[in-house]
Design a protein around this ligand. Sequence first.
Ligand SMILES: Cc1cc2nc3c(=O)[nH]c(=O)nc-3n(C[C@H](O)[C@H](O)[C@H](O)COP(=O)(O)OP(=O)(O)OC[C@H]3O[C@@H](n4cnc5c(N)ncnc54)[C@H](O)[C@@H]3O)c2cc1C
Length: 464
Amino acid sequence: MQGRITEHNFPNRAAIFQPEFEKLLAGAALDTQHVTIEFNREVLRLNDENDCVQVTAHGANGETLTYRAQYVVGADGAHSVCRKHLGLPLNEVDKFDVRHVVIDVVDDIDPSPMALTKMGWRRNFFSMPAPNGRRFEFSLRPDETPEQLLDDDTLRRLFKPWRNYDDLKVIRKIVHTFRSRIVPQLSVGRIFLAGDAAHLMPIFGSQGMNSGARDANNLGWKLAMVIRHGASPALLDTYHEERWEAVLKTIRMATINGKLQKVQSIPMSLLRDLFFGLLRLIPAATRYIREMRYIPKPFLRSSLVRPAHEKGASKQLIGRILPNPGVTVSGQGHLLDEVAGNSFALIGIDTSEGDVGAASALARRFFGNCIIVTQAASSADTDVHVNGQYVRAQVADNRFDGIFETYRGQWLLVRPDRVVAAAGPLSHLQADASAILETMFSEQHSSSHPAPPASDPSPSPVPA
Ligand SMILES: Cc1cc2nc3c(=O)[nH]c(=O)nc-3n(C[C@H](O)[C@H](O)[C@H](O)COP(=O)(O)OP(=O)(O)OC[C@H]3O[C@@H](n4cnc5c(N)ncnc54)[C@H](O)[C@@H]3O)c2cc1C
């Protein structure tokens, strides 16, 4: 897949082999030394108690295991036990119901990294690269059963224009159903839902796993703030506030995309093909589709994001994910994300040294880091300077050019999920930051679950 390298410095599309990816994630989680992973446990039920949730599970040998947790995140997929425990329905966003038979093959004759979609009016065909081979998909017609499509004779017939089915080394074949659904709320009390447990969407647009990752990215730092830094449990209510609408938008995009592909009449399919045929004559339109620019970009409006004081500035950055340029710190190349760490960051855009004392004090109130980024071309001081209070990072590519233009001399308050929560000259930002701290630490909206005492008031170390 030829992904476009985005302002976040990663390709916007990449083919990922899920078992490998899960191994990497599990390894990274274990490396933090704060995580225990237990496999072969089947969660049977949850019980809400006053100050915790009790989780009962079956172990590998059928033994009963009990866990007590301050908070539970049910990321247990489409048939979630956690969702059933909460009694939350998976409401239909649309009556979309498309099924595909998916056939994974190793040692295929086509090693190309390109994906092919062949849309017809009776059936669609997909071929895409997969580790050591390819994945093929055929859509099912409404009157067909999974058994019919998994049958070797049917597959032999369907594969005829593409491959000799009997020559294929098939390692897996399965029928998947794609639906558009979402729960009405993402949490109840101490139990949260994330990923497919909370929402299902058609694969068209490839956003299912991505949406689950965004859920985790939004909820993770908030749980850490509550458990580790004594923030108010009301902070956790912003998980629903910030994610629900965003996921709904993504489901709608994937559904429209799926409906365009699902067309089942000759005139509609001709119209569709004519439309896309004409679009191909416009290079910008081709780019828009090939680079998947139709996927909604995260944009937050919530009590944890403060509108800009200056007209026009909000459009550019506030509520959006901060671009992630390469930077140089102490002569070493990094990504800005790595320098900012997993905490809040107060980022000065070519700001004066005079701000540093107040800015780092403010960053400490967020248990965060203070960073000044400079633009190589405009900064006389190209030396890297770390004094324990802040990091000076020199931007090494053009991903911050627009930001330097608009925000030079201003500060950005960036959340651990890299959403820009506020921006402005330090005097303005201090007021916005205080309002956000008030939302995070005020007990007045607090629901039934009391905050634990702050256990570690020291800021995370500033990486250098
Ligand atoms: C054919 C296909 C192609 C796709 N392509 C893409 C794509 O290109 N891009 C994309 O972003 N998404 C894609 N998706 C969607 C993506 O696979 C899912 O959205 C994602 O896997 C959901 O992750 P999850 O962790 O929420 O749930 P799951 O992957 O379903 O994981 C849930 C886990 O919970 C465990 N579990 C369930 N119940 C219990 C219990 N009672 N006790 C203990 N454990 C339990 C399960 O064993 C499982 O390990 C695709 C999906 C399909 C079917």
